[in-house]
Design a protein around this ligand. Structure first.
Ligand code: ZN
Length: 425
């Protein structure tokens, strides 16, 4: 049935993509810290809808003040290629190479492609990944492993835990908890934590490889309680932390209750840490390294809510993601690291073909769901918002192009990997 509403997504996109003037990135001091936020499945309409709900207007987020505000294309294999999945998108952002859907850390010809976190590690920086979905899911894995298929969760988790130099891995996928954070009588699956025997040695504090090349094994400290995550934010942290939130797969999006209701109509699961808490814990582990840090933080269930066309829960996930960005920026200010930090906030692809009513802004007030229309249950080729601040952010603005190739506000997801890898070397 045709909708009686007119839709204005392109107008919102054009507004959000207006770029500030910036100098060319020549002779700029490289960043010490690099923090990359990925909202899996966000688009311009998702951000506008969350803004309308939270603030009564399409903006009001901390990233609106970033100097680089662009649109990013996401197609896999080529800039005009097929609609991407999260594996190819993460690979493009991490390595600067297009790949085929499903592939992690390998290029379109099947060759191993170098991750920006590997470059960061080689430069001496401490590295980590944090997500709201299973820790070995396509986005964190696409920044870490080299594997032909995203579906081999146990193998990917083993590679992350036993063959990388990461100091932090955090996400969902706990074998012993259900989707509401209740302890189960029997384990659900061990595949997200690398299988039962690896889980047993992680729980015993006996798992880990030589992450720093000094010839001795660096064991993982397992954190899997809300209070454990909270305690991690301050004081002396363990040197290497695996954080598994006590929930089946994702922090909040799959919890019980009416999934078509407004945000927070069903109370949040109180025993699960939020993304901001996890991010601050990760930073407190990584900041011990004098050479700096590189961290990827994913709001993974924006995409899951989009596939299920859950307007309220998508907004919950996007606002939790924004809280994490705001808390990390405040941490950078508090610790005196802000000026030397490159912070990027973007998404890997749009999910749901979301559109907003043309008069959504005029009719909205904070606390009320705006009129939203989902036109797909999958991913789309729509460009996604891209924001960056700190040393190197001007390099992205300088790469912006219009459709005809003249200077403009569109970059490609391979620009992210290309620019960051160069800055980290
Ligand atoms: Zn998806």
């Amino acid at each position: 049935m045709p909708s009686p509403l007119r839709f204005l997504l392109p107008v919102l996109a054009a507004t959000a993509a207006a770029a500030a003037p910036a100098p060319a990135g020549v002779g700029v001091t490289p960043p010490r810290d690099v923090i990359i936020f990925i909202a899996d499945g966000w688009g311009f309409a998702h951000v506008a809808a969350a803004g309308l709900y939270a603030h009564g207007r399409a903006g009001g987020f901390v990233w609106d003040g970033f100097p680089a505000r662009l649109s990013m294309t996401t197609g896999s294999r080529g800039a005009d290629g097929p609609v991407t999945d999260s594996a190819a998108a993460a690979t493009a952002m991490s390595t600067g190479c297009k790949s085929r859907n499903g592939a992690l850390g390998i290029d379109a010809t099947g060759d191993r492609a170098e991750h920006l976190l590997e470059v960061a590690r080689q430069s001496g920086r401490a590295t980590g990944v944090v997500t709201t979905v299973p820790l070995c899911h396509a986005t964190p894995a696409g920044f870490v492993v080299h594997a032909p298929s995203r579906d081999d969760y146990a193998g990917i988790a083993r590679e992350m835990l036993e063959s990388t130099g990461l100091a932090v891995i955090m996400g969902g996928g706990h074998p012993w908890f259900d989707r509401d954070g209740a302890r189960r009588d029997r384990p659900r699956t061990f595949r997200f934590v690398g299988g039962e025997s690896l889980w047993d040695s992680l729980a015993a504090g006996l798992a880990g490889n030589d992450a720093d090349g000094d010839g001795t094994r660096d064991l993982w400290t397992l954190v899997d309680t809300r209070d454990g995550f909270r305690a991690l934010r301050e004081g002396v942290a363990p040197r290497r932390v695996l954080g598994v939130a006590p929930v089946a797969e994702t922090l909040q999006q799959e919890r019980q209750g009416d999934t078509d209701a407004a945000p927070y109509a069903a109370p949040l699961t109180a025993t699960v840490p939020d993304l901001a808490t996890m991010a601050l814990g990760a930073l407190n582990v990584l900041d011990a390294d004098p050479d700096g840090l590189a961290l990827v933080i994913e709001g993974g269930a924006v995409d899951w809510a989009g596939h299920d066309q859950q307007s309220g829960r998508m907004i919950e996930e996007l606002l939790a993601f924004h809280d994490a960005v705001a808390e990390v920026l405040a941490w950078l200010d508090r610790t005196g690291r802000r000026e030397a930090a490159l912070v990027i906030v973007t998404g890997d692809h749009e999910t749901g073909g979301l559109e907003l009513a043309a008069n959504a802004g005029a009719r909205s007030r904070a606390g009320r769901l705006p009129a939203m229309r989902w036109t797909s249950t999958g991913h789309t080729a729509s460009p996604v918002p891209f924001f960056a601040t700190g040393p190197g952010s001007e390099d992205f603005t300088a790469r912006g192009r219009a459709a005809d190739g003249s200077p403009g506000t569109i970059i490609d997801n391979t620009d992210l990997g290309g620019v960051v890898k160069r800055l980290l070397r």
